[in-house]
Each structure stands twice: as C-alpha cells, then as structure tokens.
Design a protein around this ligand. Structure first.
Ligand SMILES: [Zn+2]
Ligand SMILES: [Zn+2]
Length: 329
C-alpha cells in the first residue's frame, strides 16, 4: 500500500523489493501495526518523507534472506522492525548512548520503506527478536506503542523516583500498554480521554486505571507525573495544572498542535515539560524482555492490508480500541 504524496490515499501497488544489501535482511511481513505517526506522515505534518513511501514501523515477520555480513539472524527467524531503522554510530549522540537522537538517523516507514507491504528490507542490527507467546498480531503494537510508551514511562519516573500517581492523556495504543506496565510497577494510573468518550474511559478502568475522566477534568489527587500521547498541545498546560511540584509532563508524540501560552505559575515549582524522541535499541531489548513478565496483553483491531486506508480513517476518528494492526498474510 503505497503513499505517492502526502494528503492522498494509499494505493495498492507493485514495487520491486530486491536482494537485501550488506548487513540487511529481507523479511516476509506477517503483520504491521498502525501508529498515529503514520497519520502525521500521511498528512504531511512531518518534513521530508521518502516518496513514494511504504508506511509502517511496527513490523512482525520472518527473515527470508540475509545479506552479506549478517551473523545474528538466519532465514526463518521471527523478527520485529521498529521505527528506528538506522543510526550513524559516529555522531555525538550515537557515541553517548543516545542513538535515538542521531543526527543522521533513518526511520522505518518514513525515510525508509516500512511494513504496509508483503515484504520489507531492514538493517539486521535494528531488528528485535519477538518474545514467544505473542502472536504476530499481538506483537506488532509492542514495537512502537509499547517501545515509545515504555521510554515515556521511564522518563516520567518510577516509584523509586517518587512517581506513584501517573496521569496518561490520550488512551490509545501506547496508553493501553503503558497502563499495564505502570500497574505492574506498583504505580496508580489516572486516565484522561476526550470528553464524553465513555468507551475509552471504561477501557482504561478495565486495564487498571483507578480513575478515568476528560482531559480538562481535575484528577481526584495531584499527579506525580504525566505522559501525553494525544497530539493536542493544549494538554500540556492542562497536565501542568494537575501536577505536583517537581513533577514531569512527558510528551510522547512526534507531532503536536501548538502549545498555547500559559502562566509561568503552573510551571514554577520545578515542574518539567519534556518530549520523548524515538527509541534506542536498549529501550527495545529492555521492553521486550519486560513485556512477557508483566504480562502485557495487547488488544488489537485487525484489518487486511488492502484496508489500510479504512484503518487509518478509524484511527483518525478515535474509533480504535487498543491498537490497529494490518494482517498481511
Ligand atoms: Zn509509532
Ligand atoms: Zn548518529
């Protein structure tokens, strides 16, 4: 399903995939998760996508062929391919353990072709092995919703860092995973959804949130930290108003509408606003080890590859419970 230009529908197309080059593998795609970032690329909200482009950065598949120099993977291995597709290994960020910030990074389904397709080529060093016990469809959302959500949760802080009461703004794919991990860590979860979205609020409560309300509601207690997954800038001052002194508001999305101006008073008291960008391979390894221990259960709505446009429309309208996943075979 090919994107020719931003702001157009994906089109079923035939594209040569070819041999995997040195260090790369060709993967038979079984499933690919849909992420809000795909909508941002589709809508032209992110600069400089490869065009035409195959979207999709939560790929689960089987290695079909390996390129020269690949020693860690073999044909037949089940792998997951995340958003971070390549880093330079040389810049100041790569050399300091922050490859997520690499100046020259390439991203799956954005600056390199992704997984809304029957096959994909990926750098073998950026493929993860998928924990047994997860089906391909259940595993797909772990690769971005899970990974980025986990990095956000780490940035928000754990119990040892004094973060007991965690707010989550926007209860979609990432939130439904993060809520389970936070509960597993002994944290209390407060979920914020669009006003009147009773289904999402019930979903949050089912997943262990102790309170669910609208984004402009005041929670019953001050929050110790919050993660914002919805791409709405006005949630930043809303979350700051719910925050105790010293608490952090972590913005997990790659794109957000403008943040309205707000009084310094709600940031004062050493409150922090920060973003989370991309992931490191270390995040991936740590999260995929943790997920079966929690255990994280992903709730997925499955669409055939040919209905990618309809699935994206549903996500845009907020009509997905949990995560949307394309089933490729
Ligand atoms: Zn994503
Ligand atoms: Zn780099």
């Amino acid at each position: 399903m090919l994107l020719a230009e931003p702001d157009t529908r994906l089109r079923e197309s035939s594209v040569p995939i070819g041999e995997p080059g040195p260090g790369r593998v060709r993967i038979r795609v079984h499933a690919c998760g849909i992420c809000r970032t795909d909508l941002h690329v589709l809508d032209g909200e992110l600069p400089g996508p490869k065009l035409p482009l195959i979207l999709g950065h939560q790929i689960v598949g089987t290695v079909e062929e390996i390129g020269s120099g690949v020693t860690d993977l073999r044909a037949g291995d089940r792998v997951g391919v995340p958003w971070l597709g390549w880093t330079c290994g040389e810049c100041r960020y790569c050399r300091s353990g922050a490859e997520n910030l690499c100046d020259r990074a390439l991203f799956t389904g954005y600056t390199i072709d992704g997984g809304y397709a029957e096959a994909a080529v990926a750098d073998a060093r950026f493929c993860f092995s998928i924990p047994e016990g997860y089906s391909d469809l259940e595993a797909a959302p772990l690769l971005c919703a899970g990974l980025i959500g986990f990095r956000c949760l780490r940035m928000a802080g754990d119990l040892a860092a004094g973060v007991e009461r965690l707010g989550i703004y926007g209860f979609g794919a990432a939130a439904h995973i993060v809520a389970q991990v936070a509960r597993h860590q002994g944290q209390r979860v407060f979920a914020f959804t669009r006003a009147g979205d009773a289904d999402a609020q019930r979903f949050a409560l089912d997943l262990g949130a102790e309170w669910a309300g609208a984004t402009d509601d005041a929670p019953p207690e001050e929050l110790d930290a919050a993660v914002i997954f919805a791409p709405a800038g006005d949630l930043v001052p809303a979350a700051l108003r719910a925050m105790r002194k010293g608490g952090a508001v972590v913005c997990g999305g790659i794109h957000m509408s403008d943040i309205p101006s707000f009084p310094y008073e709600i940031l004062w008291g050493e409150r922090v606003v920060r973003s989370v960008a991309n992931l490191t391979r270390e995040d991936g390894i740590a999260f995929l080890r943790l997920a079966p221990e929690v255990p994280v259960h992903t709730e997925v709505e499955v669409f055939p590859l040919s209905e990618a446009n309809e699935a994206l429309d549903r996500l845009r309208a907020g009509r997905i419970r949990g995560a949307a996943v394309l089933q490729v075979d």
